[in-house]
Design a binder for this molecule. Structure first.
Ligand code: ZN
Length: 370
């Protein structure tokens, strides 16, 4: 399993290099150990790997993980990010925590179950998918290909690094870009143009204490809103005809993202009353909802029983879970690794945690399927 983890890290599956090498590494591990697995390669270098263990006709258990990683960044790492160096009881490298430790632990748990020869009441399906860190293209593709043909599911388990917390709720993401439109003119004759930067300032003033209208959520409270980028203008002597801001909104489960966009259109209209030449467009850069799995569902109870963890948690970050809501089954997140190391330089995972993760997941599979 640790060898598998190292090979997955060395497969370097960033957006630039794609997931195909990592998918092949995982597929080889499964097939070498007698488990059916296929690699679904697309767009040349992108790939999902899907493994399946046949069980009885009962409810199946779906594991969903991502095999892509974020880039290592410009900081020099203590150990090279894609060498998977083993030191001090840890494996170091990009993707160790997020989330190749979870992938390796799940794969090892499945292989262990198969080798034990234990009879399963339902199938185990493991979808290791591409692009979670960017546009969730892999899980969307898996869903498009498989959602209608999957057997009835007990639920979905996502082995993201939760430090062995059982997570049943997280916020959604809505990233939007708003662009104000103007008209260029010579910088010495600004009255002949429409200054898009000044147009944007009217909007920013309006957004200074803005709160996205939404019902407070029992777990997450209000939806968050932050303007995190601005760009506009080309040269000191040209009146700018465009200015764009980037906004990060973290929505609450069940919040309608279209309502948020509609509210911006309302604000644009209000500004137009005072500034008749104000013109702005809003564009979605990324949108995925939150999740809030009911803790009273049997799936959550069984998961808690198998792991002997009684409390569930909610977190602020997002996973691929919202892309699987169409399955209409409970979803939980539980896996090895510290989430505070995700996306940071010098990411690592404790080998003991990967082993503990595998052992937990073996218990989970047995609790659900035997
Ligand atoms: Zn992740």
């Amino acid at each position: 399993m640790i060898q598998l983890l190292k090979e997955l890290i060395r497969a370097e599956s960033t957006l630039a290099t794609g997931e195909v090498n990592a998918a092949n590494v995982l597929c080889k591990y499964f097939t070498d150990n007698g488990v059916d697995c296929i690699v679904d390669c697309f767009d040349g270098i992108r790939a999902n790997a899907v493994a399946r263990v046949k069980g009885g006709d009962g409810e199946a258990l779906l594991f969903a993980a991502h095999i892509d990683v974020v880039p290592p960044g410009d900081v020099v790492w203590e150990h090279p990010p894609f060498d998977a160096v083993e030191a001090d009881g840890k494996i170091h490298g990009r993707g160790t925590a997020d989330m190749k430790a979870g992938v390796a632990a799940t794969a090892a748990a499945i292989v262990d179950i198969v080798k034990s020869g234990v009879e399963l009441s339902g199938d185990i399906i493991f979808a290791a998918t591409a692009g979670e860190e960017t546009d969730s293209c892999g899980i969307k593709r898996f869903m498009a290909q498989n959602a209608d043909s999957l057997p009835p599911l007990a639920g979905v388990l996502i082995p993201e690094p939760t430090g062995f917390d059982i997570v049943t709720a997280h916020r959604g993401i809505l990233w939007i870009e708003i662009t104000t439109k103007g008209k260029t003119a010579h910088g010495s004759m600004p009255h002949l143009g429409i200054n898009a930067v000044m147009q944007m300032s009217a909007l920013l003033e309006r957004l200074r204490n803005y709160e996205v209208p939404c019902e407070p959520h029992p777990i997450f409270g209000k939806c968050s809103f932050s303007v995190n980028g601005i760009a506009g203008g080309q040269a000191p002597n040209v009146v700018p005809d465009s200015c764009t801001i980037k906004i990060d909104i973290r929505t609450v489960p069940d919040q309608n993202h279209q309502d948020v966009l509609d509210d911006f259109e309302r604000i644009f209209k209000e500004i137009k009353v005072e500034h008749s030449d104000f013109e702005a467009t809003v564009k979605i850069a990324r949108s995925c909802g939150g999740i809030a799995t009911d803790n009273d569902l049997q799936f959550v109870k069984t998961l808690c029983k198998a792991t002997e963890i009684s409390e569930t948690q909610s977190v602020g970050y997002t996973t691929d879970a919202p892309n699987m809501l169409a399955l209409n089954v409970p979803i939980a997140i539980f896996g090895p690794g510290k989430c505070e190391l995700c996306h940071k330089p010098n990411e690592y995972v404790d080998i003991a945690d990967v082993e503990k993760g595998r052992d937990y997941l073996i218990k989970v599979i047995k609790e659900f399927l035997t």
